[in-house]
Each structure stands twice: as C-alpha cells, then as structure tokens.
Ligand binder design. Structure first.
Ligand code: BV8
Length: 244
C-alpha cells in the first residue's frame, strides 16, 4: 500500500495535509479520544466550550495550563518533521491542522492554518486582541489582559464557529488539491471531518494514515495503518528516491 501511496504522491501537483492529535501522540501529548485521551479524564462539554469558560474560567484555564505544561516539554517527532519536508517537495502544498499545540509551527512550516487555534495564544474577552502567552505555569489564573479584562485561550471551542478566513482558505485548498493526506485524526469533529469527503467529491485522492480504522477509512483510496512518525518519513523517502 505504501508503494501505491508513493506512486500517487509522485504524480501529485497540489498536496493538502490534514492532521489531528495523533500526529503529536509520539511527542507524548495525549490525544482526545484515545485510551489515554484527554476526554477520558475530562468531559469536553465541561471544558472546551464557551459556556464552560463563562461558568468557571479558572477551571478551564487550569486545564489549558496543564496541557501547556506537557506540550512545553514535548519534542517534535519525525511525523512533524516529515510534513515540513513535504512542504518543500511540492510547489503547491497546504497543511490544515486541528491541533492547538503549536508543534507544526515549531518546524517553521509556512503554508498552514491552525483551524482550531493555538493554546499558546490568548485573546482579550473584551476587544479580541491576541497575544502570545508563553509562561508555564501561568503567573495568575485566569490571566488578565493589560486592559484589565480576562483573557481566554485563542482556540475554537465546541459550539463556536471556525473563523471565516480560515474556513475559506480551507475550502479554497480543498478545491485545488489533487491529493489529501489525512493523518492522526479520528475524523469526528466538524467541519474538518467533512473535508476528506469534499476532496473525494472533487476527484481528489485521499490517503489516510492512522494506527487504526476511522470514520474516514471508508472513503479513503489508500489507508496506511501505522504510526505517523514511521509512515510519513517513509513517504518522504519514497518520493525523493523516485523523483527523477
Ligand atoms: C462549528 C480546540 C459551526 C479546543 C477542538 C456538523 C456540522 C458542523 C458542526 C457540527 C456538526 N455536528 C456537530 C457539530 C458541532 C461540533 C462537533 O463537530 N462536534 C463533534 C464532537 C460531533 N463542531 C463544532 O462545534 C465546531 N464549530 O462547527 O461551528 C457550528 C456552531 C454551533 C453549532 C453547530 C455548528 C468547532 C469544533 C472545534 C472544537 N475544538 N479543539 C481544544 O483543543 O482545547 S476539537 C478537538 O478535537 C481538537 O482540536 C482535536 O484536534 C479535534 C479532533 O480530534 P482529533 O485530532 O481527531 O483527536 P482524536 O483523539 O479524536 O483522534 C486522534 C487520532 O489519532 C485517533 O484516530 C488515533 O487512532 C490516531 N493516532 C493516535 N496515535 C497515532 C495516531 N495516528 C497516527 N500515528 C499515531 N502515532
């Protein structure tokens, strides 16, 4: 199957990659729905929603600060680095990540949207101004903006709409790409969960990378089962070897 994926990738003009929490699992960051997942110990509804934040901003901020502590100690893994290398192998490349951990950004990748935001960025609840919040742990919880109002994590919570410019950019790339690699996502969170089907409907090829079948597997043209940190570097190696 990996040879079939490499053959397709050699002929690809515009490569779109979509990632989820599974890409960062090998960096030691808990996923959401796996056995050791974040949602095993917390209820998403209790934390990753605007209502949870309104009800108890301190609890929500402590959860994010705990995650920032883990992520701050995490190293990039070969899967993150391979995606950065893929960017260099194609004139037309784009990454849509659902991850808010900022690890793709640490590779220096440029053609990317963090469609669910970034937990290292904070947003003023009054005027919407954003700022990077790098202290771990936070000096005060909940942190306050210099204007005195409370800050929130600059992420997209359940029940919140994806910022229109990020969504439009995603739809533009979905229209233009001829191959999609979707890696490390359970494919259950919308609207990103609908993107592979959209690529398929436009005649694009969908290559899935995951350690187990997901809801995307039924529409994937090629499913590569294994760790993204192993498989993505193999794809990069194969493309480089067979490119004339
Ligand atoms: C919205 C940020 C309009 C915060 C997150 C239909 C249409 C539209 C909306 C909806 C709809 N149905 C329901 C909705 C509402 C909701 C939704 O989708 N709910 C789901 C649960 C059914 N969607 C929304 O609210 C979105 N907004 O659509 O606006 C609107 C508004 C109001 C009402 C309706 C519509 C906003 C969604 C964004 C939510 N924010 N996070 C934070 O992170 O703190 S979601 C969260 O899930 C993360 O961002 C995460 O990235 C994302 C997806 O999870 P995954 O990344 O897939 O992680 P998961 O653990 O599930 O899977 C990991 C995978 O990796 C597994 O498959 C595993 O096997 C694999 N894996 C593990 N290790 C490895 C590996 N693979 C490879 N290698 C390994 N080593």
């Amino acid at each position: 199957m990996i040879d079939k994926a490499i053959e397709r990738l050699i002929d690809t003009k515009y490569l779109l990659v979509i990632t989820g929490a599974g890409i960062s699992a090998e960096s030691g960051i808990p996923t959401f729905r796996g056995n050791d997942g974040l949602w095993q110990n917390y209820r998403a509804e209790d934390l990753a929603t605007p209502w949870a934040f309104e009800r108890n901003p301190e609890v929500v901020w402590r959860w994010y600060d705990w995650r920032r502590g883990i992520i701050g100690r995490a190293e990039l893994n070969p899967g993150h680095l391979a995606i950065k290398q893929l960017e260099g192998l194609y004139d037309d490349f784009f990454l849509i990540t659902q991850n808010v951990d900022g690890l793709h950004g640490r590779t220096g990748i440029k053609n990317m949207v963090e469609i669910h935001g970034n937990l290292w960025r904070a947003r003023c609840t009054k005027d919407g101004r954003t700022s990077m919040l790098m202290d771990v742990p936070l000096k005060s919880i909940p942190p306050a903006c210099e204007c005195g109002n409370i800050l929130r994590p600059d992420v997209v919570w359940f029940g919140e709409s994806i910022p229109s410019e990020w969504l439009q950019k995603s739809y533009d790339v979905i229209d233009m790409c001829d191959t999609l690699i979707v890696a490390g996502t359970s494919g259950v969170v919308y609207p990103v969960a609908s993107f592979p089907q959209s690529v398929k409907e436009r005649g694009g090829c969908v290559i899935e990378i995951n350690i187990e079948p997901t809801s995307i597997s039924s529409i994937a043209d090629i499913s590569l089962f294994g760790k993204s940190g192993d498989l993505l570097p193999m794809l990069v190696k194969g493309i480089r070897e067979r490119r004339v």
